[in-house]
Design a protein around this ligand. Structure first.
Ligand code: BGC
Length: 786
């Protein structure tokens, strides 16, 4: 898409200078606005044409039956699907007696801009109706970061060549008809008219609709209010019905005398509160929005984003397109997590219905590292959500016959919704991923995390450690084995001793031991005794990490390196992604890797491998990794950079960053790939910046590829803000706020003092032979734009 001439490269916005109807579904995802609580796809104001209408509320789902060909004990019976809730974006326009619709008449110009600094979506169009009436229509849409239940739209229509009568209809529409969902397993399951009316009301310029789901027992409300500014004689009336709220405004407009409208929207939902209570909550939010006014909401939005960019911006010099993509990525990661507040952060954020709106390990492994170092409160909230679902995870562990907690592979509310257990329940590394996110957050937040650790962290670590202790066992040689599990790579399943899983479980077990030592009071409450912590320590110390000494590499799981190699030579480009063309049965038996698995272990458990092991393992897995998942390129960028393949790291970083702007997985229509967008930060900061956080001290080993002359990034760490600027031959560390900080630069411990930027040299990367990828699966070689 970004390659289309309609999308110029700009540092602080994504602009479309003419309407590309073929990409409408994709641009609806790209132009989606969200604060983590409300999500509005970038649908056109007038509602049609659309690729996929979408309005979502974090955590608001309907239950649907999961069908199985053969039933089996412990299969999840109920799935959860995110609901397309009441659409409050719609503002229809009638010019004289013709509806404004870009498919008719003449669209003289059309521009949409996602403004990453102001946090709004702007649109302007000049349209000539089939009867020859020319109008200019413009709108600005925002979803408020400061008021989580609020969104607003500024709308203006002005005739261009003489007085014209217009009618504007501002609506709330529930149970929109959605296009048929596709066969793609990554898309959403079907839900028809999921909401039933519970109440509706209108008065003046205000309307409110309340609906409940049929099975999940949730109640939501959407409300709208308006400020109308039109020429003398402008009239309006309001109506409401079960599934429709409508304000109709009629005006005689003229050049220089436009009709202006501010539409305030409020949303809320609850599983507990009554219909009147939810209605009143939303009504109150609407009044707050009106009180702030359009200018007030815009100012708050700007202030929120000024602070975000101050602490999170990444500057890239030498590749303007990458710069744009990096900021786009950071903006959407913020949108996904900022105000999710103890609700799941979905794989697509709130930008589309893909994967049914489920959250996966994507949150803890890819999104939370970014939030931890840029928006720590949001990371704490996301882990708080996991903590809130602990009882469900304990119940699931009991059902499976294990101790502790078994967190779901995919869910919205907390129950396991993965209907395919080899790549669902068996992917129990999610438990260690959660534990790792806890450890990372606590280390980065420092004293700011004391209450979090006591109330949230300790229990998550203890319950996940208990799972590992009961899931694995000591064999006759004393090794601790974790058999029959699925690691990150979904082209392998039910393997013994997946290296990533075992190393992550090891960290989890040791972190639980540490947490208990720091919080003896919590130990008593959680019934942890000395014997139990000793068993965790023993398991961690005896953890089996398979190694293939013939090849000098780590098999990603026991036996993997003896499997038959995939026949890449005979696989055609159209046969990717392989999961659409080959049975899992065959993929599982061969050496072919969907996404970084062992290579991810080299990153997050880099402390467990030597430099030479990393280089050999990376080269081995490069030949096998096809990147049929978007959760791979960023990790390959990180390790490519670490072992010295800087140009390859750059190529992978760009792939992660451009995943949605270039629709690289061909499914951006269903929503953005939030993990890959977060992976852009990981590829830049952990990849080119070489940042690691293994043992409480931040270390950096920055190096740039040829094309980039400067990379700068900011981190929030232990009540400080650190700026890291990397150039070809040196890096500079500055404290933007807070007291002195000890870090590691290319292996040397140094202390950064306030007001005294520290510059250190960068030695050349070790020279190594370039690794190769499966035929046709190398990342696109980057030729940067000026
Ligand atoms: C990947 C998983 C990921 C999921 C949701 C799958 O294709 O293999 O690792 O969690 O997508 O993004």
């Amino acid at each position: 898409m970004i390659l289309h001439p309609a999308f110029p490269v700009e540092p602080w916005s994504v602009r479309e200078v003419e309407l590309v109807l073929d990409s409408l579904a994709q641009t609806e995802s790209v132009f989606a606005l969200s604060n983590g609580h409300i999500g509005l796809r970038g649908n056109l104001d007038e509602g049609e044409p659309f690729g996929l209408p979408g309005t979502y509320l974090a955590g608001f789902y309907e239950v649907r039956h999961l069908p199985y060909a053969e039933s089996a004990y412990s299969n999840p019976e109920a799935g959860q699907t995110i609901v397309n809730v009441t659409n409050g974006k719609i503002i229809r326009l009638v010019v004289e007696d013709e509806s404004f619709d870009v498919r008719y008449g003449e669209l003289r110009s059309h521009e949409r801009v996602l403004d990453l600094r102001a946090g709004v979506l702007r649109r302007s169009a000049e349209w000539v109706s089939p009867a020859g009436r020319a109008v200019r229509v413009s709108s600005t849409r925002l979803v408020s970061f400061s008021k989580r239940g609020v969104a607003a739209i500024f709308y203006e229509v002005e005739p261009l060549d003489g007085p014209t009568s217009v009618v504007v209809q501002s609506e709330l529409v529930t149970n929109e008809t959605l296009p048929d969902s596709e066969a793609d397993p990554r898309a959403a399951g079907p839900l028809t008219s999921p909401l039933k009316s519970a109440a509706f009301d209108d008065l003046g310029t205000r309307a409110i609709l309340v609906h409940s789901t049929r099975a999940s027992g949730l109640t939501m409300s959407a409300a709208m209010d308006h400020v109308i500014d039109g020429p003398a004689g402008t009239e309006s009336n309001i109506e409401s019905f079960e599934d429709l709220g409508r304000l109709t405004i009629a005006a005689e407009v003229a050049p220089g005398q436009p009709l202006r409208l501010v539409k305030f929207l409020a949303y809320g939902w609850s599983s507990e509160r009554s219909v009147p209570a939810v209605r009143d909550q939303v009504s109150a939010a609407l009044t707050q929005a009106r009180q702030a006014g359009w200018d007030g909401l815009m100012a708050e939005q700007r202030a929120y984003l000024d602070d975000y960019w101050d602490r999170a911006d990444i500057e890239v010099e030498g590749d303007a397109e990458l710069q744009q993509a990096v900021r786009f990525a950071l903006f959407h990661v913020l949108q996904a997590g900022a105000r999710a507040e103890r609700r799941a952060i979905a794989a697509k954020g709130l930008t589309g219905p893909g994967y049914d709106g489920h959250a996966f390990w994507d949150s803890e492994t890819f999104v939370l590292p970014v939030l931890t170092y840029t928006t720590p409160q949001a990371a704490a909230d996301a882990l708080g959500w996991r903590h809130d679902t602990l009882e469900l995870a304990r119940e699931r562990a009991r059902q499976l016959g294990f101790a502790g907690s078994a967190f779901p592979w995919r869910t919205i509310h907390g129950e396991e919704c993965g209907g395919y257990w080899p790549a669902g329940t068996a992917a129990c590394h999610i438990n260690a991923d959660i534990a790792d996110a806890v450890v990372r957050y606590q280390a980065a937040a420092g004293t700011g995390a004391v209450a979090f650790e006591r109330d949230v962290g300790v229990e998550l670590l203890v319950e996940t450690a208990r799972l590992w202790r009961s899931l694995g066992h000591h064999d006759a040689l004393g090794n601790f084995r974790i058999d029959g599990v699925t690691g990150p790579d979904e082209y392998s399943a039910l393997a013994d001793n997946n290296v990533f899983t075992n190393l992550m479980a090891q960290r989890n077990l040791l972190a639980a031991v540490d947490a208990i030592q720091r919080h003896p009071d919590r130990a008593a409450q959680l019934n942890v005794d000395v014997e139990e912590t000793a068993s965790w320590r023993d398991a961690a110390q005896a953890m089996l990490v398979p190694y293939d000494s013939d090849l000098g590499i780590h098999p990603q799981a026991e036996g993997f390196s003896q499997h038959q190699a995939w026949d890449f030579e005979s696989t055609t480009p159209e046969q990717y992604p392989l999961l659409f063309h080959f049975p899992y049965f065959d993929l599982y038996r061969k050496q072919v890797v969907k996404q970084a698995d062992l290579v991810l272990a080299l990153h997050v458990r880099g402390d467990a491998f030597s430099d030479e092991e990393k280089a050999r393992n990376f080269a081995y897995y490069e030949r096998l990794t096809v990147r049929d998942s978007s959760l791979s390129a960023c990790t390959q960028a990180v390790i490519a950079a670490e072992v010295g393949h800087l140009e390859l790291a750059y190529d992978y970083l760009c792939e992660a960053a451009l995943i949605d702007l270039n629709d690289l997985q061909h499914n951006t229509r269903d929503g953005l790939h939030i993990a890959s967008l977060a992976g852009t930060w990981i590829g830049a900061v952990a990849g080119l910046g070489g940042m690691r956080d293994h043992d409480g001290v931040l270390s950096f080993a920055p190096r740039l590829p040829q094309a980039l002359s400067r990379l700068a990034f900011r981190l929030c760490v232990r009540e400080r803000r650190l700026l890291v600027e990397v150039r070809a031959e040196e890096a500079t560390y500055s404290l933007l706020a807070g007291s002195s900080l000890e870090i590691v630069h290319h292996g040397d411990r140094v202390t950064v003092e306030p007001q005294r930027p520290l510059t250190a040299p960068i030695a050349a990367a070790p020279a190594r032979d370039s690794p190769s990828q499966p035929p046709g699966r190398a990342p696109e070689h980057r030729r940067p734009t000026a």
